[in-house]
Ligand binder design. Structure first.
Ligand code: 3PG
Length: 400
């Protein structure tokens, strides 16, 4: 169901669930506004149809009570700039401030409610506990639009339970994300390469399981790679290591060999004495990481190897940075992958999809614009779970 299925929206109160979970610096300034920008078209569309638009979202993981550092107030200002129209802000989510602000809304106006997760009911484990909060939210509106693709994997009140209480539809962002990610799962153009990084193998188990049967090449970097190197019998010094995943990883290496999927691991590593930009660091062979050092990026040979392995790919999914890219000495590996994706998008129109907040923030940090890639997903966990083939609560209800 799409917005058109909701009928005439003039004068109706429409509650939009967006994903405005953006990174903030210590001073509370937004460091990557990609998710806010991606949320604008649906909000604009609803406002232009004369709806009274109530935007609702979360920021961070507060534990069900208000916390100043997780306030959505700075996001309201950014949304206002990007929309080019005033955005009212309610200092609570379903309390007096929200009710008064909804009451004051006129056709075509926009309101942002304070962080959903300042309310225990939003993320409560049982449906009964979530229900009461979902009812309070639903009482503010006449219709619901699910546009926060980054949260569709969460069975939470504003994503899942509310759809049982209001006429509901998917917004344009959710629709376009689903369309692109489907192209990765249904008959992708080959060669199909997947680049995985980030800290933990355990976050990626489901997607690796699923992709071992579908992708042609799996390129691995980031903190998770040290569990792969260790599983191959190499010492990894002080690098991140998940001992409890070693058997699982050995299983992946075996399955890959049996099924003909190529697993590409780095050949060299930037190894530092500690997790700091000023730490002493050097490039070492991947199988010779000194005992007193930790790997913080893939090395230059690996960056070349990864670029080569991506050069002829027609479909690429990338999730997770290759190193601690936010510190300049460890950014080159991630930068090389970003560059390789930009090159193949331009040279032969490869479908290149970047998923995950960190990877998206990284490509923007390197100065790339979103349109140099096939698609930059607003979903981290959501895009991974989609590729795992899981049923996502926020999508299921909309198809019902
Ligand atoms: C994300 O950052 O991936 C989404 O906003 C979901 O946030 P969560 O992992 O805290 O539910």
């Amino acid at each position: 169901k799409t917005i058109a299925d909701l009928g005439d929206l003039t004068g109706r109160r429409v509650l939009v669930r967006s994903d405005l979970n953006v990174p903030l610096d210590d001073g509370g300034a937004i460091t990557d506004d990609g998710r806010v920008r991606a949320s604008v078209p649906t909000i604009k569309e609803l406002a232009s149809q004369g709806a009274r638009v109530i935007v609702t979202a979360h920021l961070g993981r507060p534990k069900g009570v208000p916390e100043e550092k997780y306030s959505l107030k700075p996001v309201a200002s950014r949304l206002e700039e990007l929309l080019g129209q005033p955005v009212a802000f309610a200092t609570d989510t379903v309390g007096e401030s929200a009710r008064e602000a909804v009451e004051a809304l006129e056709d075509g106006q926009v309101l942002l409610l304070e962080n959903l997760r300042f309310n225990k009911g939003e993320t409560a484990k049982t449906a009964e506990e979530r229900r009461e909060f979902a009812e309070q939210l639903a009482s503010l509106a006449d219709a619901y639009v699910s546009d926060g693709f980054g949260v569709v994997h969460r069975e939470q009140a504003s994503v899942f339970d509310i759809t049982k209480l209001l006429p509901s539809a998917a917004g344009g962002l959710v629709q376009s994300e689903v369309e692109v990610l489907r192209r990765l799962t249904e008959d992708p153009q080959r060669p199909y390469a997947v680049v995985l990084g980030g800290a933990k193998v355990s976050d990626k188990l489901g997607v690796i399981d699923n992709l071992l049967g579908k992708a042609d090449r799996l390129l691995i970097g980031g903190g998770m790679v040290f569990t792969f190197l260790k599983a191959q019998g190499h010492e990894v010094g002080k690098s991140l290591l998940e001992e409890d995943q070693l058997d699982v990883v050995r299983g992946y290496l075996k399955t890959a060999e049996e099924t003909g999927v190529e697993i590409v691991l780095p050949t060299d590593i930037v190894a530092a004495t500690e997790f700091s930009a000023d730490a002493d660091h050097e490039v070492v062979p991947a199988d010779q990481i000194p005992a007193d050092r930790m790997g913080l990026d893939i090395g230059p040979d690996s960056a070349r190897l990864f670029a080569e392995k991506l050069a002829d790919a027609k479909t690429v999914f990338w999730n997770g940075p290759m190193g601690a890219f936010e510190m300049q000495p460890y950014a080159a590996g991630t930068e090389a992958v970003a560059r390789a994706l930009v090159d193949i998008t331009a040279s032969h129109g490869a479908l290149t999809v970047v998923g995950g907040g960190d990877s998206a923030a990284a490509v923007r940090q390197f100065g790339h614009s979103d349109d140099e890639f096939g698609h930059i997903s607003t979903g981290g966990g959501a895009s991974l779970e989609f590729l795992e083939g899981k049923t996502l609560p926020g999508l299921l209800v909309l198809e019902d």
